[in-house]
Design a protein around this ligand. Structure first.
Ligand SMILES: NC(=O)c1ccc[n+]([C@@H]2O[C@H](COP(=O)([O-])OP(=O)(O)OC[C@H]3O[C@@H](n4cnc5c(N)ncnc54)[C@H](OP(=O)(O)O)[C@@H]3O)[C@@H](O)[C@H]2O)c1
Length: 339
């Protein structure tokens, strides 16, 4: 059987470029790789495994000769192109928020719910980049005790917004240091030397949409539809890697030592927890890594049977491209891309 033909839509973007790296690093089996982006990028070439691949326009016809598509572009492109791909027999793994809560779309973190890939109807989705590491940590711990509630605060890097936001952070930083203005386009306020408790659009209940995503997606991935999850999502002037302070109440005591053991044994989680020697996960160490790093594990003084911890995860890798490629690996393993 031939290897699948793969297309990356949004190949020039923050996630798309990392997806190229991840496909090469993991040796993903492909018989052909096509790259698309907006018309602005047509004519560019991107390097992959020693070859220069031309960037094409994103049109439905691309999927006539594709078996698996990674879509990492805009919401509009995700909405239209996932349907165009499905009509042409190509399976989509989508990175946007458009499809995640559709009951017919598996929302997958392979370490947690790989079996949800079975029976897909042509579109699968990765979670939001702050949901994935939180769900993995909760999945590791719930093998010991039931989870009663979760409260998390995030510290999210600017690449979570896309490549233009990284340019904005760098330009603002330079300008402010030189005594100039900080022109803001990607965010409603200056991000350099600042932070914004605002990610996404405002909901009626006072939460922003990123916070609503963390609640809904965590419930869907863990198959715990009533799990209480409250989050405050904050954009911080960090290049790559999201961090989260997480507080979890269980239905019985777990204990710090047992929590450490469970987390360390979980695939894709690394425990870095020696606070006496200032050893804890930091975004600069999590960047360019696929693992979720967890530390500062302690009894929560405000919650009965509660634990507090800190996590760090590269939003472009496990938070996006790596998770998408892992889903594709599950699809290939299960022969679930065959027309
Ligand atoms: N960044 C993260 O940490 C992260 C994590 C999880 C999920 N996601 C999701 O991944 C997707 C991409 O995010 P990103 O951060 O990579 O954004 P980005 O850096 O802004 O990249 C956007 C990509 O979409 C392409 N694009 C824009 N308009 C297009 C159009 N009309 N037709 C075809 N392609 C178009 C761009 O091509 P040009 O270069 O030609 O403009 C570029 O390749 C989004 O849905 C986002 O929600 C992002």
């Amino acid at each position: 059987m031939a290897d699948p033909r793969v297309t990356i839509v949004g190949a020039t973007g923050a996630v798309g470029t990392v997806a190229l790296e991840v496909l090469a690093q993991r040796g993903f089996p492909m018989s052909r790789l096509r790259l698309t982006a907006s018309r602005r990028s047509v004519g560019r070439e991107l390097a992959f495994a020693g070859e220069n691949i031309p960037v094409e326009d994103t049109t439905p016809e691309v999927f006539d000769e594709s078996d698996i598509a990674f879509i990492s572009a805009t919401d509009e492109i995700s909405r239209d192109m996932a349907i165009a791909a499905r009509e042409r027999g190509c399976v989509t793994i989508d990175d946007s928020g458009v499809w995640r809560m559709d009951p017919e779309v598996p929302l997958v973190v392979p370490e947690i719910n790989a079996d949800d890939v079975d029976g897909h109807k042509g579109i699968l989705s990765i979670p939001n980049c702050s949901t994935t590491p939180l769900a993995m940590v909760l999945d590791a711990l719930r093998s010991e005790a039931g989870i009663e509630r979760v409260v998390a605060s995030t510290y999210q890097s600017v690449t979570g917004t896309g490549s233009a936001a990284l340019v904005e952070l760098e330009e603002q930083t330079r300008s402010v240091l030189e005594g100039g203005e900080a022109a803001a386009e990607q965010y409603p306020h200056q991000i350099a030397f600042n932070l914004l408790p605002h990610i996404g659009s405002l909901r009626e209940n006072g939460y922003y949409s990123e916070e609503a995503k963390m609640l809904n997606e965590t419930r869907k991935i863990l198959h715990e539809p009533d799990l209480p999850v409250s989050t405050t999502c904050v954009r911080v002037p960090v290049r790559v890697s999201h961090s989260e302070a997480v507080h979890v109440a269980f239905d019985r005591p777990v204990g710090v030592a047992r929590a450490r053991e469970l987390l360390a044994a979980y695939p894709g989680i690394v425990v870095v927890d020696d606070p006496a020697n200032a050893a804890y996960p930091m975004p600069i160490d999590g960047a360019d890594r696929d693992e979720v790093f967890v530390g500062r594990i302690r009894e929560d003084t405000a919650l009965e049977n509660g634990l507090a911890l800190w996590l760090v995860c590269d939003n472009l890798r496990k938070g996006a491209a790596t998770n998408a490629v892992q889903i594709a690996e599950e699809i290939v393993k299960r022969g679930a891309w065959l027309r």
